[in-house]
Design a protein around this ligand. Structure first.
Ligand SMILES: [Zn+2]
Length: 279
């Protein structure tokens, strides 16, 4: 497990509240009112491949179970599930600016989720930005000074499309943020220990970033998608010590995470969520 991950301290700590398990940042300075969490698969009511805390409405699970799971996860965090915003993620680089008037979009139905979008940003309190993943990289952003936040979903395509940098640019243009004030948290995702990629994908990453995010064992190429995202975000001007990277590999921990690579289709989705609590 994690044989290629450098030894660094984990930036997330596991919490259980009313039976619902999730990770929250530890030892990272966060402005007052920011709440950020990454769900596990523990504490829901879904069954079979979705067992038990599947939070994705788009993967074939019973919608009633997913909505109950979202309620439970929300309750554990003290968040209003009616105030979630979700996007129909397409592995692209479109970022939507949302506000209180968008609350509830994608919260109860995939049909109302924002189309063709992989990144969300807001500067309003009480808007809970969410993204859904089962190996892809969840990226969470906050501005330490201006009360602006962002979230993104980055698979290999979205990473090469520079979704993380698109979120940074949107926060700069919409809210007057400066890259040097942003903090980024890169959450649980498939690690370089488990993520075998084909030659085409490996070559695309080598062309963009050199060998930095690739390793080769037994004739196979392994990609460190989190390291690639980190490198791209550093290029966008965020100081490296403000980018916090989890070590948790979704494929290595079947009790904790859904993993599309490990389990195939169908499988459930975890949620990353960030919001500013209304005072
Ligand atoms: Zn792994």
């Amino acid at each position: 497990m994690n044989r290629d991950q450098p030894e660094r301290e984990e930036v997330l700590s596991y919490q259980v509240h009313n039976g619902v398990g999730y990770w929250q940042p530890k030892g990272i300075p966060q402005p007052v009112g920011v709440v950020c969490a990454f769900s596990s698969r523990q504490g829901g009511i879904s069954e079979g491949p979705f067992g038990s805390l599947n939070l994705g409405l788009h993967v074939g699970d019973e919608p009633g179970c997913v909505l109950e799971n979202r309620q439970r996860f929300s309750r554990a965090l003290g968040v209003d599930p009616r105030h979630w915003v979700a996007a129909q993620q397409v592995h692209g680089c479109n970022v939507a600016v949302v506000s209180q008037k968008h609350r509830g979009l994608g919260a109860y139905s995939q049909k109302t989720a924002l189309c063709g979008t992989d990144g969300l940003v807001t500067a309003e309190a009480g808007v809970w930005l969410s993204c859904y993943y089962a190996d892809c990289v969840p990226l969470v952003f906050w501005d330490s000074l201006r009360g602006a936040i962002g979230i993104a979903h980055a698979g290999w395509r979205g990473t090469l499309a520079n979704i993380g940098v698109c979120v940074v640019r949107q926060m700069v243009s919409s809210f007057g943020c400066e890259a040097q004030d942003l903090q980024v948290l890169i959450g649980p995702a498939i690690g370089a220990c488990c993520y075998v990629v084909g030659e085409e994908v490996a070559m695309a990453f080598e062309k963009r970033l050199g060998q930095g995010s690739l390793s080769h064992r037994h004739g196979r190429s392994y990609l460190d998608l989190r390291a690639a995202n980190r490198e791209l975000i550093v290029e966008a001007g965020i100081p490296p010590d403000q980018i916090h990277v989890s070590n948790l590999c979704t494929a290595c921990h079947p009790e904790a995470f859904f993993s599309h690579r490990r389990d195939g289709s169908p499988t459930g989705r975890m949620t990353a969520i960030i919001g500013l609590r209304e005072q």
